[in-house]
Ligand binder design. Structure first.
Ligand SMILES: NC(=O)c1ccc[n+]([C@@H]2O[C@H](COP(=O)([O-])OP(=O)(O)OC[C@H]3O[C@@H](n4cnc5c(N)ncnc54)[C@H](OP(=O)(O)O)[C@@H]3O)[C@@H](O)[C@H]2O)c1
Length: 278
């Protein structure tokens, strides 16, 4: 990806919670031309979530922005607050590129909340943004954004992990069921691996260490090795061995493979439902 041209880029982040702070921290650390202002009612909490000494200006209220205008606005409040904050921020965004990361809220609904906003993008990041290892996906209507806008989105979300564009908006909700909620599934897996280790008689501390490091180690290998997840699984499974015995349970009918299909569908359906709740 070619870097952005060295033009200053002013970014307004609305809602500096877990996601807003991770995006702000990643952007100021990796994009030299960016300047970031965040609005969040709890300035102290927002500052604690931001990396220490990061050059992000945090204000508690929109009034403090006075007549300032921004090139880009990232909306990272909870879905039920998105439309209200966009309406309040409107005077600061006369021609801004607006990026919403709110789960489930369709572009059409964002558009309806501020009819004169044109350059609208939906992005779905995930919680590993906190460790700059997010998987983010984005969608924008073809004629709503320019190539330069797309580069800005790629640069900002590339600063907190990996980013890719989707070709249909409905895919954002589907991806939410996989990547957005996916870290929760992996944490659940680690939790149940710990529980299982405790059932085998290990102390809570040792079981937690076993589960955590096993998941971290396998994820690191997946990152560093060019083999697919399937190939790595086959490599670790000797016929008739211990992993094969374990996998015969995990991969049985109605076990993990079909459970994950149901799991991702349930999350994707919920993303669609959230978009319909006013
Ligand atoms: N967390 C994830 O894994 C994840 C993944 C993908 C997408 N998302 C999306 O990202 C968005 C934010 O999620 P999050 O986990 O970062 O939530 P969060 O930690 O609760 O952050 C939201 C922040 O917005 C603040 N806020 C509330 N009302 C505001 C207002 N009127 N103006 C400015 N700021 C306001 C909140 O303050 P208070 O706490 O004081 O209310 C909070 O600090 C959501 O729409 C979610 O769907 C989250």
């Amino acid at each position: 990806m070619t870097p952005l041209p060295p033009a200053p880029l002013s970014v307004l982040i609305i809602g500096c919670g877990n996601m807003g702070a991770a995006i702000a921290g990643g952007a100021v650390a990796n994009i030299p031309t960016v300047s970031i202002t965040a609005v969040d009612p709890d300035v102290e909490k927002a500052r604690k979530l931001l990396p220490s000494h990061s050059a992000v200006d945090v204000v508690a209220e929109f009034d403090e922005l006075r007549d300032r205008h921004f090139d880009v606005c990232i909306v990272s409040v909870k879905p039920q607050h998105v439309e209200t904050v966009l309406q309040t921020a409107q005077p600061s965004l006369p021609n801004a590129l607006v990026i919403s990361i709110a789960a489930g809220i369709p572009l059409e609904r964002l558009q309806a909340s501020i009819p004169n906003l044109r350059r609208l993008v939906r992005v779905m990041p995930n919680l590993p943004a906190l460790a700059a290892t997010a998987m983010s996906v984005g969608f924008a209507e073809q004629d709503a954004v320019s190539e330069a806008d797309r580069r800005i989105v790629e640069e900002i979300f590339g600063a907190i992990g990996q980013f890719c564009w989707l070709t249909k908006e409905t895919e954002i909700d589907l991806a939410t069921g996989v990547t957005g909620s996916g870290p929760g599934y992996v944490f659940a897996f680690a939790e149940y691996l710990q529980d299982a280790a405790q059932r085998l008689g290990f102390s809570r501390e040792l079981a937690a260490k076993f589960a955590r490091q096993t998941v971290i180690g396998a994820a690191r290998l997946l990152e560093q090795d060019t083999r697919t997840a399937h190939d790595l699984k086959v490599a670790v499974t000797s016929p008739g061995g211990t992993t094969a015995a374990g996998l015969s349970v995990l991969e049985a009918q109605n076990a993990l493979p079909s459970l994950l299909i149901k799991t991702t569908l349930a999350a994707a359906d919920r993303a669609v439902e959230l978009g319909k709740i006013q």
